[in-house]
Design a protein around this ligand. Structure first.
Ligand SMILES: Nc1nc2c(ncn2[C@@H]2O[C@H](COP(=O)(O)OP(=O)(O)O)[C@@H](O)[C@H]2O)c(=O)[nH]1
Ligand SMILES: Nc1ncnc2c1ncn2[C@@H]1O[C@H](COP(=O)(O)OP(=O)(O)O)[C@@H](O)[C@H]1O
Length: 221
C-alpha cells in the first residue's frame, strides 16, 4: 500500500514521515475501544478507521462514528465491489474495513487506528506489512474480563456468554502481534500505546528524506 507523509514534531521539515496503520485487537471486553477513544482524544494526528458491520447498534452507538451499520446484502456488495480492505465474520456478524478512507488518510500522512480482530489483522499484514503496527490487549484475568463485559451493560447475558466462550480462541493469537499490553490500569495502557507510537513514528524506514538531510549536515561540516 502506498502511504503519504507528514512532518514529525521531532524532525526538521525536510524530513517527512509515512503514516502508519495501528491495530488494536483483544478479546471482547478487554478494553480496546476505551483505549482507542482516549488515544484519539489526545493525539490529533490519528484518525479512527470506522468499520462496516451487520451487527445491530448497541445503545448509544452512533452511525458513522462507531460503525456503519448495514444489512447483509449491502455488506456482500461491498465485498464483491472490492470496497473493503479486509473483512471477517466475528461471532454471528460480519465486519469489514472500508478501503477509501484508509487510503485517503495514509495519503495525507496521518496515522490510522483500527479496532479489528485477528483475522482482519492477518489480512492487513499480508497486504501492508511495512505500514502495520499491531498491539494485542489482554485482560488481567478471565474474571476481570467477564466483569468488564457485564459492567459495560450493553449486551444480553447470552451475548456475554458467547463472547466469554470465544475469549480463549481470540487470545491464542497473541504471538502474531508486535506488542502486548495487559490492560490493568487504563491510564497505564494508554501511556503504553503512546510510547509505542512515539517509537514507531521515529523508525528509520518511516522517515522520508533522511539521506538528503544527512548529506546536507555532512556538507555543512
Ligand atoms: N476483521 C475485522 N474485525 C472487526 C472489524 N470491526 C470490528 N471488528 C472486531 O469485531 C469484534 C466484535 O466487535 P464489537 O461487536 O464492536 O464488540 P467489541 O468486542 O466490544 O469491540 C472485535 O474483536 C472487533 O475488533 C473490522 O472491520 N474487521
Ligand atoms: N483498565 C480498565 N480497568 C477497568 N475497566 C476497564 C478498563 N479498560 C476498559 N474498562 C471497561 O471495560 C468495559 C469493556 O471495555 P471496552 O473498551 O468496551 O472493551 P472492548 O472494546 O475490548 O470490547 C468498559 O465498560 C470499559 O469502561
Amino acid at each position: 500500500m502506498t502511504s503519504g507523509s507528514s512532518s514529525s514534531p521531532l524532525s526538521p521539515p525536510s524530513i517527512r514521515r509515512r503514516g502508519l496503520m495501528l491495530v488494536l485487537s483483544s478479546p471482547s471486553g478487554a478494553g480496546k475501544t476505551t483505549i482507542s477513544r482516549a488515544l484519539l482524544a489526545k493525539d490529533a494526528n490519528i484518525v479512527m478507521s470506522v468499520s462496516a458491520t451487520t451487527r445491530p447498534p448497541r445503545p448509544g452507538e452512533v452511525e458513522g462514528e462507531d460503525y456503519f451499520f448495514i444489512e447483509r446484502p449491502r455488506f456482500d456488495a461491498m465485498v464483491q465491489g472490492g470496497e473493503l480492505l479486509e473483512h471477517a465474520r466475528v461471532f454471528d456478524n460480519h465486519y469489514g474495513t472500508p478501503r477509501a478512507p484508509v487510503e485517503r488518510a495514509l495519503a495525507d500522512g496521518r496515522d490510522i487506528l483500527f479496532d479489528i480482530d485477528w483475522q482482519g489483522t492477518q489480512q492487513l499484514r499480508q497486504n501492508a506489512r511495512a505500514d502495520l503496527v499491531s498491539i494485542f490487549v489482554l485482560p488481567p484475568s478471565v474474571g476481570e474480563l467477564e466483569r468488564r463485559l457485564r459492567s459495560r451493560g450493553q449486551d444480553s447475558v447470552e451475548v456475554v456468554q458467547k463472547r466469554m466462550a470465544k475469549a480463549g480462541d481470540e487470545m491464542s493469537h497473541w504471538p502474531e502481534y508486535d506488542y502486548i499490553i495487559v490492560n490493568v490500569d487504563l491510564a497505564g495502557s494508554v501511556a503504553a500505546v503512546e510510547a509505542i507510537l512515539a517509537a514507531e513514528r521515529l523508525k528509520r524506514e518511516r522517515q522520508v528524506g533522511l539521506a538528503d538531510f544527512v548529506n546536507g549536515l555532512r556538507g555543512q561540516g
